[in-house]
Ligand binder design. Structure first.
Ligand code: FAD
Length: 498
C-alpha cells in the first residue's frame, strides 16, 4: 500500500522516482482531525486542505482507502496495509518521525522539488561554511537544470534583473492593469467540507481564525493547471517590475497565487518554470519578469526547502536576538479593525479575509513589525503557519526564523529585513491617508515602523554593527537628535494595536 499525505496530491507523487515506474499498489489517505484540534488554523486554510484531499480521493476512486480518524496512528491501526507501506519523503520533521516509527515503512525520495537532498548537501559542503547564499544556489540550479541558459552563460547576459524588478507601484493607479487571476468555482465537495467545519466548530472540537468565504485557491490538478496557464498567458509579463510593490486596493497585483497549489503538490515546480521560460522564448513575456518568477521558484522556494532539512530540526529554535515577547491577542485573532496604521490594517485584513498576502506584506509589514516588537520567533512561525493558506512547516521555518526574524543570525540572509515607514511609503500607496507619518520618529504622528526600526537598531546595536550591510543604519543612530525620546516612547508601547 502507498500512503499519500495531504500535500502529496499531484500525479508526480504516483511515481517511484523522478522518472521511475508508476506506483501501482492500493493507495491510502488519512484525514486526521487532531491536526486541526492542535492549532487554531485559518478557516480558509482548513477548507482548502480538506477540499483538496477529498477531491483527490474522489478522482482516485476505488484505488484509495480514505480514512477519517482522530490521529494518523489510529487510522493506521484500522487498515491492513499489507506486507509493506511505502510513502514519499514527508515535508516536516514531525511527519518524518511518525513514518520512521512505523514498522515496515519504506520512505521514497521527496517529490515536488527540483534538487534531490543529497545533491544539495554536496553543494552546501562545497560552499565552505554554514552561511549559505540563495543567489549562489540559484545560479547553480539554473546551470544544473539548463534554465534560461545559453550554454554556460545566462540568457541575456545577466543572472539577475532585480534593478528592473524593484519598482514602486505606478503612482495614480489603484490596481495594476493586468488580467484577473484564475479563481475556482466551488462544488458539492466544498459544500460538504464547509458543513463539516461548521459542525466541528459547533461541537467545540476545533476553532478557527479568519473569515470563511468562497474558496479562492485551486483544490484539484485541473484547477491548478488553469491557474498556471492563466498566470503564464495573462499575468507573467507584468510580474517583474512590480513584484515588490503594494497597492491597498489590489492585494494580488501580478503575483501568481500558485504557492498553495505547489505546496499541496498539485503542481510540480519544473512545469511552472518551464512554462515561464517557454513564454519568454515565444516572445510573450519579457526576460526580467520571467527571470524574476523563475528565481522565486527555482531560487527561493527550492532554497527554503533544502535549508529546512540541511540546518536540522533545532534550527526552528534559533533565537540569536533573544526575542521572547508573546504575540498579542489582537494579532493572534487577526483583529485588523483595531489597527490604525494603514499598512498593517490593510495587510492584516487581507490575511483575515483570504489567508494570503504577497511576499512584501509578509516580510516588510507583518514580519518587520514582529521583529521590531521583539516577539518570539517560534510563536510567530506558528502564527504564519496557521494563518496562511500556503503555510507548511518546511516553508515557514526558514522564511520566518531565518528570512523574516533574523533569529538565525544570518545563516540564511545577509541582514535583517526591517525598515522604517519610508520604505513602505516608497513601495506602496498605503501611507498617504494614514494617521501616522512615515517621516515622524516621535510624537503623536510617529509612524510605528519608523520608531520601531530605530528602536530595533538601537537595541541590537552591538550585534548589528558587525554586519557590513547594517553599519550605515547603526551610524545613523548617532545622528538622531531625538533618540532618548524615541526610546521612552518605544518602552511605553503597551503592545496594543498600533
Ligand atoms: P509569487 O510572488 O507569484 O511567486 C511565485 C512562487 O515562488 C510562489 O508561488 C512560491 O511557491 C515561490 N516562492 C517565492 N518566494 C518564496 C519563499 N521565500 N519561500 C518559498 N517559496 C517562495 N511561501 C509559501 O509557499 N508558504 C509559506 O508559508 C510562506 N511563508 C512566508 C512567510 C514569510 C514571513 C515570508 C517573508 C514569505 C513567506 N512565503 C511563503 C514566501 C512567499 O511570500 C509566498 O510564497 C508568496 O507570497 C506566495 O504567493 P504567490 O504564489 O503569488 O507568489
Amino acid at each position: 500500500m502507498h500512503w499519500l499525505f495531504g500535500d502529496q496530491l499531484g500525479p508526480h507523487f504516483l511515481t517511484r522516482g523522478a522518472a521511475g515506474p508508476a506506483v501501482d499498489e492500493p493507495l491510502l489517505m488519512i484525514e486526521a482531525r487532531s491536526v486541526f484540534r492542535r492549532r487554531r488554523f485559518h478557516r480558509a486554510k482548513a477548507h482548502l486542505v480538506l477540499s483538496a484531499m477529498r477531491h483527490r480521493a474522489a478522482e482516485l476512486g476505488d484505488r484509495v482507502t480514505y480514512l477519517r480518524a482522530d490521529t494518523y496512528r489510529e487510522a493506521l491501526a484500522r487498515v491492513a496495509t499489507g506486507p509493506s507501506l511505502t510513502v514519499h519523503h514527508p515535508t516536516s520533521y514531525a511527519a518524518l518521525r511518525l513514518v520512521r516509527s512505523l514498522p515496515q515503512v519504506e520512505i521514497g525520495p521527496a517529490r515536488g522539488f527540483l534538487v534531490p537532498m543529497e545533491d544539495f548537501a554536496a553543494w552546501a559542503d562545497g560552499q565552505g561554511g554554514d552561511h549559505l547564499r540563495q543567489e549562489t544556489f540559484y545560479r547553480w540550479v539554473r546551470r544544473g537544470h539548463g534554465l534560461l541558459m545559453d550554454g554556460d552563460a545566462p540568457v541575456g547576459g545577466h543572472w539577475n534583473y532585480d534593478h528592473d524588478n524593484r519598482r514602486p507601484p505606478p503612482r495614480k493607479e489603484t490596481a495594476l492593469p493586468v488580467g484577473a487571476p484564475y479563481r475556482p468555482r466551488e462544488d458539492e465537495i466544498d459544500e460538504q467540507v464547509r458543513h463539516d467545519l461548521d459542525q466541528w466548530e459547533k461541537k467545540g472540537d476545533v476553532s478557527f481564525v479568519g473569515r470563511d468565504g468562497p474558496r479562492l485557491f485551486p483544490a484539484t490538478r485541473t484547477e491548478a493547471l488553469r491557474a498556471l496557464n492563466r498566470f503564464i498567458e495573462h499575468r507573467l509579463a507584468a510580474f517583474g517590475p512590480y513584484e515588490d510593490a503594494m497597492l491597498a486596493a489590489d492585494p494580488v497585483m501580478s503575483h501568481s497565487l500558485l504557492s498553495s497549489s505547489l505546496n499541496l503538490g498539485l503542481l510540480d515546480p519544473a512545469e511552472c518554470v518551464e512554462a515561464a521560460e517557454a513564454a519568454w522564448r515565444d516572445g510573450t513575456a519579457p526576460l526580467n519578469s520571467v527571470e524574476g518568477f523563475i528565481r522565486q521558484i527555482a531560487g527561493w522556494r527550492e532554497y527554503v526547502w533544502q535549508v529546512y532539512w540541511h540546518f536540522g530540526e533545532d534550527y526552528r529554535r534559533s533565537n540569536v536576538l533573544r526575542h521572547s515577547a508573546p504575540l498579542p491577542e489582537w494579532w493572534n485573532a487577526l483583529d485588523a479593525d483595531d489597527v490604525r496604521a494603514r499598512c498593517l490594517h490593510t495587510v492584516m485584513a487581507q490575511v483575515r479575509d483570504t489567508g494570503w498576502t504577497h511576499h512584501i506584506p509578509r516580510l516588510m509589514v507583518l514580519g518587520s513589525y514582529a521583529l521590531q516588537q521583539g516577539w518570539d520567533p517560534a510563536a510567530l512561525t506558528d502564527w504564519f503557519h496557521r494563518c496562511f493558506v500556503d503555510g507548511y512547516d518546511w516553508v515557514m521555518v526558514p522564511n520566518v526564523v531565518g528570512m523574516s526574524q533574523y533569529a538565525d543570525g544570518g545563516r540564511m540572509t545577509t541582514k535583517p529585513y526591517t525598515s522604517g515607514g519610508a520604505y513602505v511609503h516608497r513601495m506602496s500607496d498605503l501611507c498617504g491617508p494614514c494617521v501616522y507619518r512615515p517621516g515622524d520618529r516621535v510624537g503623536e504622528t510617529a509612524c510605528p515602523y519608523t520608531r520601531g526600526y530605530w528602536a530595533f537598531i538601537d537595541r541590537h546595536r552591538a550585534l548589528l554593527e558587525h554586519n557590513h550591510r547594517m553599519r550605515q543604519p547603526v551610524r545613523g543612530l548617532d545622528r538622531l537628535p531625538d533618540l532618548t525620546e524615541l526610546r521612552h516612547e518605544q518602552q511605553a508601547d503597551d503592545g496594543g494595536p498600533p
